[in-house]
Design a protein around this ligand. Sequence first.
Ligand SMILES: NC(=O)c1ccc[n+]([C@@H]2O[C@H](COP(=O)([O-])OP(=O)(O)OC[C@H]3O[C@@H](n4cnc5c(N)ncnc54)[C@H](OP(=O)(O)O)[C@@H]3O)[C@@H](O)[C@H]2O)c1
Length: 259
Amino acid sequence: MDTSMFDLTGKVALVTGASRGIGEAIALAYSRFGARLVLASRKLEALEAVRKNIEAQNAKAICVPTHVGSLEALSELIEKTMDEYGRLDVLVNNAGIVPATGPPEDVDEQLWNKIMDVNLKGSFFLANSAAEAMRGNGGGSIINVSTYATRRPTPGLGVYIMSKAAVDMMTKVLAQEWTGAGIRVNGIAPGLIRTSITKTLWENEKAREAVESKVPIGRIGEPDDISGAAVFLASDASKYISGETILVDGGLAIGLSPV
Ligand SMILES: NC(=O)c1ccc[n+]([C@@H]2O[C@H](COP(=O)([O-])OP(=O)(O)OC[C@H]3O[C@@H](n4cnc5c(N)ncnc54)[C@H](OP(=O)(O)O)[C@@H]3O)[C@@H](O)[C@H]2O)c1
């Protein structure tokens, strides 16, 4: 087997939400496989800390503070990527917010817009600009991060899950439109991963044990558990895959039972 099929040397990868959690883990993995990175999220200081860790692996990264809900900020993000590297090969639409929304009747327009702007609108328009840049070098790979919960909703998180279900469909729509131009579009649907957004599920032992009893693999996921799928989908190892969203959830979705 040709192990170099996972190599990302020479590729430029842009990761949103790269300042912590899953995005940070993906960015670090990409740098280990040879990619040069563009790190985007709102807070520069947190991005700089990730950049230092990437440089410690003898790789290169730039930080671009970006609010992904702002189309102007997204244009600047692509502009800075092209100014620095002159190409873009991989986009990971990972930045996301998971506010508890409560029952559907409690959701107001402001909360709806906030969730949709960051999780769906930002990913769509960034994919559009990224695809334009990727066409300049003959293609690329776009990876959209959604959630296992699109398979079956979790109470109280309805609008979040709806936004991610739309992301899953966006993956298929964009794959249908762009795969012929050499741009593969795929998704990753994480299960329960130990990051700031799931803190209440793992910060005390009782809560963690309750969650872990529902995960067939027997533990909550770590951010780096997502990295393998992210490297695979960015690399030539997945060159015949487009339009697919891969569950990386320790078997959680398959184990979900209505009773
Ligand atoms: N953790 C899980 O169990 C889990 C499960 C399923 C799916 N996911 C998905 O995985 C992705 C990453 O989540 P995570 O668990 O790693 O969460 P996290 O630790 O809270 O990280 C979220 C990242 O997104 C950035 N971000 C938030 N709002 C942003 C905005 N408006 N513009 C730009 N960046 C923004 C944050 O940085 P700043 O605050 O600096 O902006 C941070 O880097 C999300 O799409 C989430 O829905 C997570």
